[in-house]
Design a protein around this ligand. Structure first.
Ligand SMILES: [Zn+2]
Ligand SMILES: [Zn+2]
Length: 417
């Protein structure tokens, strides 16, 4: 018994070393072709759902690989695309997401060019090794538009059926702080609030008016009080978008936007209820009529620990392991940001690997001008390729190790409870 398992482990580690080498060699060969593509996307930033140049450049690149079937403007979204590779033999379906969008006024300050490069490298490398080892299964590479600005491109794709047969979904995101496949992001919701009062002369007959701005200010103060009773990971942001008319008029109308963030979807629902009560308090105190429009946000990202273990194994076996180290097995890396990959993680097992790129002189984090410069460097691109190898490793483990997908799914079911 012991001897048998020793032989299996020894055979697996031999296999692992071979795969690592195949992946590294293939991506080294891909590197000179992918670098200009990465630079092109970085220097042609496009806003959410307007990623037309990136859509064209990425799909043209993939079309030059005859084993892949490429679909443009997929699932009714102009800038979404898919590239699929089918081994022709039934097996697991692994998928990678390539984000493409930039930020208003800041270019690629979120480094989505690197996400695209990592996922394209990972998908092509997976296919190359799959073919060499004659593995069964399928790869789906998706160009996912509109992550920024709460557009939720992946949510739209999910609802349109893009992930119908997909078993696992893989993506990465650059930053400057973490190298981790165990990323938990926050859940958020946006509330658009309006108060309707009654106008009156503020000096001559204020008692005839109903002050909508007073209602909003009362709510603002109630929320400020609520903040003392919230959990450390809760965040409530509130801005006044319409603060009434002239000062000598009792304000008939006021509006604001509130963004609520929490660690999990269930905590978000609880916090949102408390915030809504504060808005109702403003209406109650003044007599103004309240309207709240809830704009659904992104769910928290739940990383799959089994897939993450596989990622860490590849990441740490590649030469020159960068700082900082990956977290200990099973430990979460909490990132106070939100992504639509979170919604996918509630629909299927997911990894959203965070990777640190060399920072700029200001140590700027994503969404800063400094990070926009860092995400265009060759050093950052090489980190993305390292991520590509580790993500391909995860996909190949699922495709080749018997019973691993079942283990991944079992973990996902436990996480969803
Ligand atoms: Zn961003
Ligand atoms: Zn981003």
């Amino acid at each position: 018994m012991e001897d048998d398992s020793f032989i299996i482990v020894a055979a697996e580690s031999q296999h692992f070393d071979d795969i690592l080498e195949l992946l590294s060699n293939y991506i080294a060969q891909l590197r000179p072709k992918l670098w200009p593509l990465n630079t092109y996307i970085h220097t042609h930033p496009e806003l959410a759902f307007k990623e037309r140049k990136a859509h064209h450049a990425l799909t043209s690149f993939l079309r030059s690989h005859p084993q892949w079937t490429v679909k443009l403007s997929a699932y009714g979204l102009e800038t979404a695309w898919t590239a699929t590779y089918d081994s022709g033999k039934a097996g697991p379906v692994v998928s990678f997401n390539a984000e493409m969008d930039a930020l208003p006024g800041l270019g690629h300050a979120c480094g989505h060019n690197l996400i695209a490069s990592a996922s394209v490298a990972a998908a092509l490398a997976t296919q190359n090794v799959m073919q060499k080892l004659e593995l069964p299964g399928k790869i789906v590479l998706l160009g996912t538009p509109g992550e920024e600005g709460y557009g939720g491109g992946k949510i739209q794709l999910l609802h349109a059926g893009a992930y119908k047969d997909v078993d696992i979904t893989l993506i990465s995101h650059p930053g400057i702080l973490n190298n981790s496949p165990m990323v938990r992001t926050t859940a958020f919701a946006k509330l658009e609030v309006e108060y309707f009062g009654r106008a009156a002369h503020a000096a001559r007959s204020p008692w005839l008016g109903i002050n909508a701005l007073d209602a909003l200010v009362t709510a603002y103060n109630a929320i400020s009080v609520l903040r003392q009773q919230t959990m450390p990971s809760d965040v409530i942001g509130l801005s006044i978008t319409n603060g009434g008319s002239a000062p000598n008029v009792i304000h008939a109308y006021a509006s604001g936007v509130c963004v609520v963030r929490a660690e999990t979807a269930s905590r978000l629902a609880e916090l949102q209820r408390k915030v809504e009560s504060c808005f109702h308090a403003g209406a109650e105190a003044t007599g103004a009529r309240l309207e709240i429009k809830v704009v659904p946000g992104y769910a928290d990202h739940v990383p799959n620990a089994v897939l993450a273990r596989s990622y860490t194994k590849y990441w740490n076996s590649l030469p020159d392991v960068p700082e900082p180290p990956t977290p200990a097995d099973g430990q979460f890396t909490r990132v106070a940001a939100s992504t639509d990959q979170g919604n996918l993680s509630h629909a299927m097992p997911s990894v959203n690997a965070s990777f640190a790129i060399p920072p700029g002189p200001q140590q700027g984090q994503p969404h800063s001008p400094d990070f926009e410069v860092s995400s265009g460097t060759m050093e950052a691109f090489d980190r993305a390729l390292r991520v590509g190898k580790a993500l391909a490793g995860v996909a190949l483990d699922v495709l080749r190790i018997p019973g691993l997908l079942e283990e991944v799914q079992e973990q996902w079911r436990r996480d969803m409870k």
